[in-house]
Design a protein around this ligand. Sequence first.
Ligand SMILES: Nc1ncnc2c1ncn2[C@@H]1O[C@H](COP(=O)(O)OP(=O)(O)OP(=O)(O)O)[C@@H](O)[C@H]1O
Length: 365
Amino acid sequence: MLIERLTIHKFRNIQEADLSFSSHLNCFVGENGSGKTSLLEAIYTLGHGRAFRTSLTARVINHEAESFILHARLNGVEQESIKVGLLKHRNGDVRVKINEQDGHKIAALAQNLPMQLITPEGFALVDGGPKFRRGFVDWGCFHHFPQFYPKWHAIKRIVKQRNAALKQTYNYAQLSVWDEELVRLTEEVTVIRKTYCERLINIIHSYIKSFLPDHQINIQFYPGWNVNSSYKELLEKQYERDKMMGYTTLGAHKADMRMHIGHLPVESILSRGQLKLLMCALRLAQGHFFTSELERQCVFLIDDFSAELDDERKNKLASALKNQKAQVFITALGSQHLTDFQSYHEESTKHFRVKAGEINELNSF
Ligand SMILES: Nc1ncnc2c1ncn2[C@@H]1O[C@H](COP(=O)(O)OP(=O)(O)OP(=O)(O)O)[C@@H](O)[C@H]1O
């Protein structure tokens, strides 16, 4: 769904804001430290329950306030509008409202507001550890397969218990109490991840073809162990090693979406700008998947867009977003950094100036 209207109360340096958005392109321009990224973080928080630069609520509540409140009216194609709200207090209280009804879980916000984030912090998706790509894959699985998260949470709980047990003087027979359930859930979660990745990787390649036509990037889902072996047998075989290491070395908690050029990981070959394009390809592919397969339009949050991309690539990215009919929120220091988005029609674009935490709509820049 898309965000039609957003109100912000006491979020970082934004004291109060009441904003109506375009369902296409929304541009925010302002000096360093004015509050542009804070605005994107407020939107992100409404879709994830937490900000992207910190998971600590206290850091995003305005210094002089006890809580922040975010409200939005969401609209989808041929769908009734939904009102969502989130309050987080310094004392740990969290309230999620949907259509004026309290008591919802954060996951309900996420279901209604699929989002993709393209920021300098997001680089970890391509040059960081497996947990970032695993999180990315799981975000797609969560939206596509409702049964995914309960199973994945159960795996994480069992692995934690198993790791604690490995540090005690258990023998393998005692550990197998956990392993039976772990194997069953791991197989189920792996089927979901694999099914999703197969579809997603095809879409990623179509974007790579456009953004990085000179590179043959091999993308493969890695389930967390060598698939030629049965996970059950492997757990038994690995027992001595796991015991020595003090944790479960193989399993769904080690899954990854590996990206290579030849035999080398992409981060050792591609330039910063190319890695940024690859990150965009991944994010666009997931957005495309949400729109085409789940019929849920995606919101894109893009911060610090101009750095590291040449004009041709910026143009391609802008066109890809336009073709996807995504709702875009983009920030820049000055309007000159947004010229690649000029292909968007004036009537489908809204302009905002951000100054010392105040956000005002303008007729144009
Ligand atoms: N909890 C908070 N309460 C009040 N102000 C805060 C809080 N956290 C951060 N700030 C301030 O909010 C301001 C806006 O930060 P933000 O990151 O949104 O700026 P920006 O416009 O994106 O800047 P840049 O262009 O440099 O990235 C900063 O001056 C920061 O010190």
